[in-house]
Design a protein around this ligand. Structure first.
Ligand code: 5GP
Length: 296
């Protein structure tokens, strides 16, 4: 019979019971954090834990200070969100409308932090980025570039690969938050996409080179600039020289550039040493969370 509950062993039943208790505790904690103003609604929505994702949106709004069930109902219906909708089922447009309605109702909404990650070539920035890409609280910006795609790179995921003419047009239309030239190609971060993601409470991660990081410092003084450093210079040399089939000249150029980049570490707010990718990813996330809390 399809609907019969599965027969559970006593151990399985015990484990299921414990899981349910843990879920209830997590939900109670997030609601208390919302009520006390410790976190904002979008921070709760971006909490990837299953227990939170399964909560009804209405339950979350009810817990937020100064909303109350009547206003929660109005906000939800104006945002086109049904009363029974769970957090995991919210679409991007519903989230945008929810934000708009909350602003209209003078309910404070939190913005995600802007995190810039730079560091010398070969230090492992893209592995760190890959690690954070699927985190629900993080949005990794996809840059545009005029360089040719490498093998294994996908348009729209690794970069938006565009022509020089298109790049000029984006500059003329003032669509870049920053852009720079690096090793004969141009790279840039699109302003609009970053803004939309931050407005949904996501922490935006930019993996960019140093000239771009300096522009962000000027354009967005509240951004957090993080420099990723290798455990030692020897370690970086090892990583750079064991890479692929570079000529002697190319290898020397990469090392010289890495040396120049290492000398800029002092300009950054934080320096994280890449002993272990998972550790650096966690540290970045915790820096982003405390930066976002400071802003709101
Ligand atoms: P690659 O060609 O190896 O993918 O990237 C070369 C350098 O450009 C890396 O240091 C990378 O972080 C940087 N980069 C990638 N996207 C951007 C961007 O949008 N702006 C800036 N300023 N640098 C970028």
């Amino acid at each position: 019979m399809a609907n019969r509950p599965p027969d559970l062993s006593p151990q399985e039943r015990k484990a299921a019971g414990e899981k349910a208790v843990a879920s209830r505790r997590e939900r109670a904690e997030i609601k208390a954090a919302l009520t006390s103003g410790e976190i904002g609604i979008f921070e709760a929505i971006n909490d990837g834990r299953q227990s939170i994702q399964r909560m009804r949106v209405s339950e979350l709004l009810d817990a937020a200070p100064g909303i109350g069930p009547r206003r929660a109902f109005t906000i939800m219906s104006k945002a086109g969100i049904s009363d029974t909708r769970r957090i995991a089922g919210l679409g991007k447009h519903q989230l945008q409308r929810l934000r708009g309605e909350m602003i209209l109702n003078k309910v404070p909404v939190n913005q995600g932090a802007l995190i810039v990650m730079s560091g010398p070539g070969g230090v492992g920035k893209s592995t760190i980025t890959a690690h954070l890409r699927n985190h629900p609280a993080v949005w990794v910006s996809t840059s545009v570039t005029t360089r040719e795609p490498r093998e294994n790179e996908r348009d729209g995921r690794d970069y938006h690969f565009i022509t020089d003419e298109k790049f000029d047009q984006l500059i003329a239309n003032n669509e870049f938050l920053e852009w720079a030239e690096f090793a004969g190609a141009r790279y840039g971060t699109l302003k609009g996409a970053v803004e939309s993601a931050r407005n949904l409470g996501k922490h935006v991660l930019l993996e960019i080179e140093i000239a771009g990081a300096r522009q962000i410092r000027r354009a967005e003084p509240q951004a957090l600039l993080v420099f990723i450093s290798p455990p030692s210079w020897e370690d970086l040399v090892e990583r750079l020289t064991s890479r692929g089939t570079d000529s002697v000249e190319r290898r020397a150029a990469r090392l010289a550039l890495a040396e120049e980049e290492m000398a800029c570490a002092g300009e950054f707010d934080e320096v994280l040493i890449n002993h272990q990718v998972e550790e650096v990813a966690l540290a970045l996330l915790s820096l982003a969370t405390s930066r976002a809390n400071r802003l709101s």
